[in-house]
Design a protein around this ligand. Structure first.
Ligand SMILES: Cc1ncc(COP(=O)(O)O)c(C=O)c1O
Length: 445
């Protein structure tokens, strides 16, 4: 849509809303449709080709508005999350309308919230299990035994989630490609078990924030499966959008081991903020951690329909699935694939420009985790180190570069880590001073 059409459609939308307000008195207060009405009216998959705005708006009027008071908001969310789940190649168990499935998708506000909600669910499952084995042990004591895991390259939201859930988090060292490996995880979990701790949650990342590395799900999955209480989450906050392209789907290999997966359409699929989509393999395992059912929220359809208030923290929810519906239909799968491919091409072009620029130097020896580095990195590292020591105390065990920045062996990882820390500290400056260590229980390997 170009700006001329956007101007036109925007004005039409204002007219549409005014018309709605002016005719409010003639409209029904309660809907005349029953739960489940929408699914037979919509296709089971997103269109391959772009559709016109007029087509989509006609469907808003004829299919959405009759259930606008309820249940269109819930039903469209379930339907488009199935569309999207299929388009990015999630296993059928994650789709709500797949035969025999117990799973489904939900829209959360942010990737951080997805990680938090899944950790809460995993914690509830683990405590429930332990309570069955040790009925007379206090829940607080059981909680103190739980251990979550992630890689050093994971987003800081995992630490935040552990802090909120009041559980221990072990932050593991990735390999030389910044990927968490199965053997590292297995060793850590076995060590912890031997010390009487209970592994309960592993957060992996496909497309890490600092360097777009991919944890090795195919190795990590079987390790998690050996620990029956462990919930395996996959955070693909931005890279997950790219799986819409068939040639990038191999990066999702191993997803069949996961219990939950999230990706943010507001990061790389043209949907404006907020729109973090999350899928779970077993929705009861998720909702049983979050169900509170006061009399004034009860209804007669609780056994037959999805009730998203049990899938996250908020009760009130916006109609965010409309944004996904509009974007998927107005671009079509092919249009979205073309969009992602164009960005990947731009990234390659950027890489070439950097390689040709003598302010950067190549390091294709494999010693460094990124093949190109800025020649003046030493200066940058000195600045970061200074900023870090004055503003941030994430973990005293965390390695830091010498002031001269001469430890080149894992320069990129350390500098990525420092820049992430300084980005974090920039966010936090002034809000809490001095910053307290995020999780007293966090431990770095
Ligand atoms: C891999 C990854 N996970 C989580 C997040 C946090 O995203 P949000 O701002 O949606 O909480 C980011 C943000 O950049 C990210 O890259």
């Amino acid at each position: 849509m170009d700006t001329t059409e956007f101007r036109l459609r925007g004005k039409e939308m204002v007219d549409y809303m005014c018309e709605y307000m002016d005719t409010l008195a003639a409209r029904r207060v309660t809907p005349h449709v029953e739960p489940g009405y929408l699914r037979p009216l919509l296709p089971a998959e997103a269109p391959q080709d772009a559709e016109t705005w007029d087509n989509i708006m006609a469907d808003v009027e004829s299919k959405i508005m009759p259930g606008a008071a309820s249940p269109a908001c819930t039903e469209l969310e379930t339907i488009v999350l199935d569309w999207l789940g299929k388009a990015i190649g999630l296993p059928n168990e994650f789709l709500a309308f797949s035969e025999g499935s117990k799973g489904g998708g939900v829209i959360q506000t942010s990737a951080s919230e997805c990680v938090l909600v899944t950790m809460l669910a995993a914690r509830a499952q683990a405590i429930k299990r332990l309570k069955q084995q040790h009925p007379f042990v206090e829940e607080g004591i059981l909680l103190s035994k739980l251990m979550a895991y992630c890689s050093k390259e994971a987003h800081s939201c995992v630490e935040k989630a552990a802090m909120i859930c009041f559980v221990k988090l072990r932050i593991l060292e990735p390999d030389d490609k910044c990927a968490l490996r199965g053997a590292t995880l297995r060793q850590a979990m076995e060590e912890d078990e031997a010390m009487g701790l209970i592994p309960f949650f592993v957060s992996t990342t496909l497309g890490t924030t600092s360097c777009c590395s991919f944890d090795n799900l195919q190795e990590i999955g079987p390790v998690c499966a050996k620990f029956p209480a462990v919930w395996l989450h996959v955070d693909a906050a931005y890279a997950g959008n790219a799986f819409i392209c068939p040639e990038l789907k191999p990066l999702l290999n191993g997803i069949h081991w996961a219990d939950s997966f999230n990706t943010n359409l507001n990061k790389w699929m043209l949907v404006n903020f907020d729109c973090s989509t999350m899928w779970v393999r077993d929705r009861i395992r998720l909702t049983s951690a979050l169900v509170v059912d006061p009399l004034y929220l009860q209804h007669g359809y609780s056994n037959s329909t999805i009730d998203y208030r049990h899938w996250g923290v908020p009760l009130s929810r916006r109609f965010r699935s409309l944004k996904i519906w509009f974007v998927m239909r107005s671009y079509g799968i092919k249009g979205l694939q073309a969009y992602v491919r164009h960005h990947c091409q731009l990234a390659k072009q950027f890489e070439q420009l950097v390689r040709q620029d003598n302010r950067f130097e190549n390091d294709d020896t494999g010693a460094s985790k990124v093949p190109v580095r800025f020649r003046h990195l030493d200066t940058m590292v000195r600045l970061n180190t200074r900023r870090e020591s004055s503003n941030y105390s994430r973990s005293s065990a965390s390695p830091s570069l010498s002031p001269e920045g001469q430890d080149n062996s894992c320069l990129s990882a350390k500098s990525a880590d420092s820049s992430r820390k300084s980005a974090d500290s920039n966010r936090e400056i002034g809000s809490r001073s001095p910053r307290r260590s995020p999780t007293p229980q966090s431990r770095k390997d």
